[in-house]
Write a protein that binds this ligand. Structure first.
Ligand code: BDR
Ligand code: CA
Length: 320
């Protein structure tokens, strides 16, 4: 069983990823840490508590960062993608429970110290909580087993950005935090748009979830209506990329992905803010910005059927 901290800005596709973790027999979900991104941190924390209560998730919820540590691209929240409540504007009852008193970054450090080398972090929002945790605990890279990040884009398979021509939303939302995480020595795999925009869930996929995944399938179909409306307006097809669940799919079965390693830096200002750039460690550049830093692992290709089948098969466990 993998002991997992889920760091999330819940969010429609984040909610799908949380249910993927919850129903996976290979996962021991230890904590949900929230952050701003798809909505305010107040809203994403409420969403985490709501989903926890609806589906009997045992893991505690810790409220994380409400703002970036550096400059970010844009302002406000993408309510045209995730709805003003972050969950596709379906009706949501106020949860009975509350978030833990310990702030998200401190919770990451505490859980890592209690479980040295055992914790996997699946980070599918801004990397602010992790950057703050690194500040609190510089030895975090030695304590954490692995980090799987949904974020960034390197141009593989033609995918470069979804909030600018060169930037992906999670990285553009706090580029400085992402740069600190990617150069920290945390054993990190980046599951970027390069592969998530290749992994497409269509109406058939959601129909099957409705048929096979019980109340979880029903919930996913309800929250994704608005998400599919948005993607249909943009692409003309009623289908969406599988972003955050791809990070979970990598954690559970990395064989579905082709990877390469390299030093990753993030542009922290200017028109390319949020761009993730992979350097060649062997190259002799004029700049030293890509020299002598720890490497990350980057997903460059994906066996999409394996990812979609793993999601469907895992969620089918909710219907049993
Ligand atoms: C990422 O941005 C957010 O809107 C999604 O939840 C996902 O984590 C995709 O770029
Ligand atoms: Ca997210």
């Amino acid at each position: 069983m993998k002991k997992v901290i889920f760091d999330t800005d819940i969010g429609i596709d984040d909610a799908m990823a949380l249910l993927f973790l919850h129903y996976s027999p290979a996962v021991d979900l230890r904590a949900i840490v929230t952050g701003f991104g798809n909505a305010s941190v107040e809203t994403t924390t409420r969403n985490a508590l709501y989903i926890k209560e609806c589906f009997g998730i045992g893991a505690p919820v810790y409220r994380g960062a409400g703002q970036p540590i550096g400059e970010r691209l844009g302002e406000g929240y993408p309510d045209f993608v995730h709805g003003s409540n972050g969950l596709g504007d379906i009706e949501i009852a106020e949860p009975a429970g509350r978030a833990e008193a310990l702030p998200g970054a401190q919770a990451i450090v505490q859980i890592a110290r209690e479980n040295p080398q055992e914790i996997s972090i699946v980070a599918v929002g801004r990397l602010t909580n992790l950057a703050l945790a690194l500040e609190l605990c510089p030895e975090l890279p030695e304590l954490i087993r692995e980090v799987v990040v949904m974020g960034g884009a390197f141009g593989f398979n033609g995918h470069r950005g979804n909030v600018s021509p060169v930037a992906e939303a999670n990285i553009a939302g706090d580029p400085l935090a992402a740069d600190r995480v990617f150069t920290s020595g945390l054993r990190t795999t980046i599951v970027g748009l390069d592969v998530t925009q290749e992994t497409i869930a269509d109406s058939q996929f959601f129909d099957a979830l409705k048929d096979n995944a019980g109340s979880a399938g029903d919930f996913i179909v309800r929250i994704t209506r608005l998400y599919l409306d948005f993607h249909e307006r943009v692409t003309g097809t009623r289908a969406c990329p599988v972003h955050d669940s791809s990070a979970v799919a990598y954690l559970l079965n990395s064989c579905s992905y082709t990877t390469r390693s390299g030093i990753v830096r993030v542009v922290t200002g200017g028109i390319a803010i949020g761009q993730t750039i992979l350097g060649d460690p062997a190259a002799d550049f004029e700049t030293t910005a890509w020299q002598g830093k720890p490497v990350c692992n980057i997903c460059t290709a994906v066996k999409t059927d394996m990812v979609l089948d793993l999601y469907a098969d895992t969620l089918a466990l909710a219907g049993n």
